[in-house]
Design a protein around this ligand. Structure first.
Ligand SMILES: CC(C)(COP(=O)(O)OP(=O)(O)OC[C@H]1O[C@@H](n2cnc3c(N)ncnc32)[C@H](O)[C@@H]1OP(=O)(O)O)[C@@H](O)C(=O)NCCC(=O)NCCS
Length: 452
């Protein structure tokens, strides 16, 4: 196997290990579009879910049944209209909708059984009628009133995978047709899920014609990779529309989930093999993630980060961009170093060394797999804030090949003689680095940050 492929694989395995402990005993609610069942890769998706379950992740499945319901209604010649994505269910359609919903759930239960996973379908959802809204009578279409949380927790505790058909019952046992998206949302909020997945046949949110909020990351394939809560709200505001739009509905549900405590919502493509594992076990998944907690984080470097930091620096050292450093060099200056981590995996680092009233920014590096995502700028910005907090008057750095980048960040080229005396003594004339400075304006605590 060629070296770069091997490196990529070991990186993925390393990231996966980082996540396994993190998600043990956490709950994932997974809504799956039933159209995916006929996909040849569907049994693999089920196997992946069983794998997650075996690793100690608690799982709830909410199969959508739209396609199957359409088929059954057509077979029995029952017609239903849909308004704003909600099916209007006349009472005579309910037996067929129930039949289709349970058929889909049974199918999934059978596939789980084939993988030796134990699942259970239950009537744990109390529902009520949507009623008449804006003059439209939704008839036997319902909304979730409450869930039997205690029973569900026991079921999960027993290591079973609960499956929720999109049917709920009134206190008197009257069945209602529910939106499985809404059901998945309520389950994730009420049971405090770590993740809510929408596994769809369209995948993550495509940029398409949508207006994209500033700072939202769009992949080369045009998928909006991540939206924090503010960006998700901005996305909805920028693209608000009177007509029903599935992508907007999913972002809106994702935002609601995050606003009410779900940590992450992932919208992924069920046609891609291993998509769900990749989304969970690598920091940059293939779908769209909406997140409510602080996803990215800069913190002090610890001893256990050192091997990872050295690995990250290696390519830049080979290219003579960075000076070589050993583990013991890093140990000695550990207090000066910070790392940028995503979900417990280090993606970048940097250091601020103090020389009297000046500071040196050094060892800035971003993992090759994550360049051009704004991480480098965040690291520099953080170190500049740190320098301000330390009341340093000026920050300098030495660079051979990254001068344009630092110029863009406001640094200005200077002379070796402007460096602190101590630094001048160790200046390596063979390396012939360029010297850049940033002088903090007086009486302006946060001036550097305002440049972003
Ligand atoms: C330089 C480095 C830290 C930038 O980090 P990053 O997270 O990839 O960069 P950001 O996302 O914050 O910024 C990306 C922008 O910087 C530009 N950029 C990246 N490296 C650059 C370089 N060496 N020179 C000029 N511009 C550069 C990108 O083209 C991009 O420009 P755009 O915003 O106009 O598209 C990173 O590429 C890296 O680790 N390089 C190797 C080590 C290194 O050079 N360290 C500095 C030692 S002094």
């Amino acid at each position: 196997m060629d070296k770069s492929k091997l490196k990529e694989q070991s990186e993925v395995i390393r990231q996966a290990f980082g996540y396994i402990d993190r998600f043990k005993n956490e709950l994932f609610v997974i809504k799956i579009d039933d159209i995916l069942i006929s996909n040849p890769l569907f049994p693999i998706l089920i196997k992946d879910l069983v794998l997650l379950h075996r690793m100690g992740i608690r799982i709830i499945l909410v199969p959508g049944a739209r396609t199957r319901i359409d088929e059954v209604l057509k077979t029995y010649n029952v017609s239903c209209s849909t308004i704003n994505g909600i099916r209007i269910s006349p009472p005579e359609s309910i037996p067929f909708i129930k039949m289709a919903a349970f058929d889909v759930s049974n199918n999934i239960m059978t596939m789980l059984a084939e993988c030796e996973a134990h699942a259970v379908i239950g009537n744990w959802v109390r529902a009520r009628s949507i009623g008449v809204r804006n003059g439209i009578n939704y008839q036997s279409s319902g909304t979730v009133e409450r869930l039997q949380i205690d029973i569900l927790n026991n079921v999960l505790e027993d290591g079973l995978i609960p499956i929720f058909p999109n049917i709920g019952w009134s206190g008197k046992g009257k069945p209602y047709n529910l939106s499985s998206n809404e059901l998945a949302l309520t389950l994730s909020i009420e049971l405090k899920a770590a993740k809510l997945f929408f596994v769809t046949d369209k995948g993550g949110i495509h940029q398409g014609e949508y207006k994209i909020p500033d700072g939202a990351f769009v992949t080369g394939e045009g998928i909006i990779s991540q939206l924090n809560r503010e960006q998700a709200q901005e996305f909805l505001d920028l693209n608000s529309s009177d007509s029903y739009d599935e992508s907007l509905e999913l972002v809106s549900l994702g935002l609601e989930a995050c606003n009410l405590g779900v940590k992450r919502v992932h919208i992924v493509d069920g046609h891609i093999e291993g998509m769900i594992l990749k989304e969970i076990f690598s920091n940059r998944g293939l779908g769209t993630m909406i997140y409510g907690n602080q996803h990215e984080n800069i913190r002090k470097m610890t001893h256990s980060d050192i091997p990872e930091v050295l690995r990250m620096m290696h390519p830049a050292v080979e290219d003579k961009i960075l000076i070589p450093r050993t583990a013991s060099d890093l140990e000695k200056k550990i207090k000066d170093f910070i790392v940028y981590e995503v979900d417990g995996t280090v993606h970048g680092c940097g250091a601020l060394h103090k020389y009297g009233q000046q500071g040196e920014i050094a060892a800035i590096v971003v993992d090759e797999m994550y360049i051009n995502a704004g991480i480098g700028k965040k690291i520099v910005s953080y170190l500049m804030e740190k320098a301000l907090a330390m009341k340093l008057k000026q920050v300098f750095l030495l660079t051979t090949q990254t001068s344009d980048w630092f110029s863009q960040l406001g640094f200005v080229q200077g002379e070796i003689s402007d460096l602190p005396k101590e630094k001048q003594k160790t200046y390596n004339y063979d390396r012939n680095s360029l010297v850049f400075f940033y002088k903090f304006p007086r009486n302006n605590g946060n001036r550097y940050l305002s440049q972003y």
